[in-house]
Write a protein that binds this ligand. Structure first.
Ligand SMILES: C[S@@+](CC[C@H](N)C(=O)[O-])C[C@H]1O[C@@H](n2cnc3c(N)ncnc32)[C@H](O)[C@@H]1O
Length: 186
């Protein structure tokens, strides 16, 4: 699916299926596992120049999936194509940590990006972030609370969330994953 272009019509693409956006899918483990587990949910995965694109496309072809699309590009360039209030859920699993102070402005979970994502969630829809960087989890709480339209916070790791490459790498290094789930209230 092209990064830039006219606003998308989900009904034309997916019929009545609710639509989930997974940002930064990396190797594509979560996209593929959840696409297989949930044929009643459409998934649009977005990542920049990752070998994971090929992995997801191979799975789409092998399984004949019509409920999965891949965007090979920057989510910030893609978002204008996503209609307001049209998403069931947004997932961001192990976003790039940008640990140094001077790099933090690059973190994807920042106020302007989160505001644009919440605009595109339906009321009652969810925003799910997983990170194993303590300071990033704190930033998620701060930014989500400041948005004013979200309610939620830290939850136990959902059993259904597939293990990804970055999560495994963190576990091997002794880090603890944190899941945060928010609902759009209004
Ligand atoms: C640390 S990796 C995590 C990958 C995967 N979710 C996982 O858990 O293994 C972060 C991913 O976000 C992607 N990413 C970073 N900025 C992005 C952006 N602006 N648009 C789309 N993807 C982005 C990177 O290319 C990378 O694949």
């Amino acid at each position: 699916m092209a990064v830039e272009g006219a606003p998308l019509n989900w009904t034309e693409l997916f019929g009545t299926l609710p639509v989930v956006l997974e940002i930064g899918f990396g190797g594509g483990e979560a996209v593929v596992a959840l696409a297989a587990a949930r044929p009643d949910e459409a998934i649009v995965g977005v990542d920049v120049h990752t070998p994971g694109v090929a992995h997801v496309l191979d799975a789409v072809e092998a399984n004949g999936w019509r409920h999965v699309r891949v965007v090979d590009g920057d989510v910030l360039e893609f978002l204008p194509r996503v209609p307001a209030g049209s998403l069931e859920s947004v997932r961001m699993y192990f976003p790039d940590p940008w640990p140094k102070n001077k790099q933090r402005h690059r973190r994807l979970f920042r106020p302007d990006v989160v505001s644009a994502l919440v605009d595109r969630l339906r009321v009652g829809g969810s925003l799910h972030v997983a990170t194993d960087v303590e300071d990033y989890a704190r930033q998620v709480v701060e930014v989500a609370e400041a948005d004013g339209r979200l309610r939620g916070g830290v939850v136990a790791r959902p059993e259904w969330r597939p293990l990804t490459r970055f999560e495994q790498r963190g576990l091997d290094a002794g880090r603890t994953p944190h899941d945060l789930i928010y609902e759009r209230l209004h």
